[in-house]
Design a protein around this ligand. Structure first.
Ligand SMILES: C[S@@+](CC[C@H](N)C(=O)[O-])C[C@H]1O[C@@H](n2cnc3c(N)ncnc32)[C@H](O)[C@@H]1O
Length: 248
C-alpha cells in the first residue's frame, strides 16, 4: 500500500511513521509513506498557500492551486483515494478503516487555518473524514489516527504479536478483558476459567464478557449487531445475573 500525506508540517510525521508498528510495516515494505509539503507546489515565488476569504471574515483559506498540483503530480495508472481531513467529514470508525485498508493508494490532505477553498472539496477529494466532534488546529493528528488504524490492518503489519480480528469494533463488540501473570496480585485473582486451560470455556467466557462490556458501555453497538443464538443466550444469562445483584 502507498500512502501520500500532503501537509504544511511534514516534520510532525517523522516520529509517528518510523515508530512501532508503522515503522516496522515500512521496514517490511508493507507500506510506503511519502510526506510532501504542498507549499512546494505553490505557484508564487514566496510559497503562498493561503489567502483571505472572499466576502470577508477572519482566518485564512487554503488556495486550490497548490493542492491540485500536488495531487495531480502523483502519476499512476489508478486514481488514488484522496481524503480530506475535516471536522465536517464522515465520522471515522473501524468499518471505514477496514474499507480504506483494501485500497492500494491513499492520499491524505491535511488542512490548516480557517479551512479550504470549496473547490478542493468539490473537485479534488474523494472522501472527507472527521475523527470526532471537536476541532483540531490542523489535519495532521487526524491523518495520523486514520493512517495508524489502516496500516495495522495490512496483512503482516502486526506480525505474530496479535490479531486485529478480535479487536474492539472489528467484531461489532468491545473486546473482552485481558489478564497476564501473576495469577493473583494484591488479592485480586484472575478469573479461574482463564487458568483452566479449557479452550471452549475460555472462548465462551470471552464472548460473554465482550457482550457484558458492550451492553454496559456501548449499548448502541449491540443494537446494530445481528445476534447469534449463542449471543442471545449469553445476554439472557447476563440479564438474569443483573436481576440477582439488583435485588434489594
Ligand atoms: C481549525 S480547523 C478548521 C475548522 C473549520 N473552520 C470548520 O469549522 O470546519 C483546521 C484543520 O484541522 C483539521 N481538523 C480539525 N478538526 C478535525 C477533525 N475533527 N477531524 C479531522 N480533521 C480535523 C482539518 O484539516 C481542518 O481543515
Amino acid at each position: 500500500m502507498r500512502i501520500d500525506i500532503l501537509t504544511l508540517f511534514p516534520e510532525m510525521f517523522a516520529g509517528v511513521l518510523s515508530s512501532s508498528i508503522l515503522g516496522k510495516a515500512r521496514e517490511k515494505e508493507i507500506v510506503d509513506f511519502h510526506v510532501t509539503n504542498f507549499r512546494d507546489f505553490s505557484e508564487s515565488k514566496h510559497g503562498t498557500v493561503d489567502d483571505t476569504p472572499y466576502g470577508g471574515g477572519g482566518g485564512m483559506v487554503l488556495k486550490p492551486e497548490p493542492l491540485f498540483r500536488a495531487v495531480e503530480s502523483m502519476a499512476g495508472e489508478k486514481k488514488p483515494r484522496v481524503i480530506l481531513m475535516c471536522p465536517q467529514g464522515v465520522p471515522y470508525n473501524q468499518k471505514l478503516a477496514e474499507e480504506l485498508a483494501k485500497e492500494e493508494h491513499l492520499v491524505f490532505v491535511c488542512g490548516h487555518y480557517e479551512g479550504y477553498d470549496e473547490r478542493i472539496r468539490e473537485h479534488l477529494v474523494t472522501d472527507e473524514i472527521s475523527i470526532g466532534d471537536y476541532v483540531l488546529t490542523g489535519g495532521e493528528l487526524a491523518a495520523m489516527v486514520v493512517i495508524d488504524s489502516v496500516v495495522r490492518l495490512q496483512p503482516g503489519a502486526l506480525g505474530n504479536q496479535t490479531s486485529a480480528v478480535e479487536d474492539s469494533f472489528s467484531t461489532g463488540l468491545l473486546e473482552y478483558p485481558h489478564y497476564t501473570r501473576p495469577a493473583e496480585f494484591r488479592g485480586w485473582r484472575v478469573p479461574d476459567v482463564l487458568l483452566s486451560g479449557h479452550h471452549a470455556n475460555i472462548v465462551k467466557w470471552r464472548l460473554k464478557e465482550s457482550l457484558r462490556r458492550t451492553s454496559e458501555r456501548r449499548p448502541d453497538l449491540l443494537k446494530r449487531l445481528e445476534l447469534t443464538a449463542e449471543m442471545k443466550k449469553l445476554l439472557a444469562e447476563l440479564e438474569a445475573e443483573k436481576k440477582i445483584t439488583d435485588k434489594p
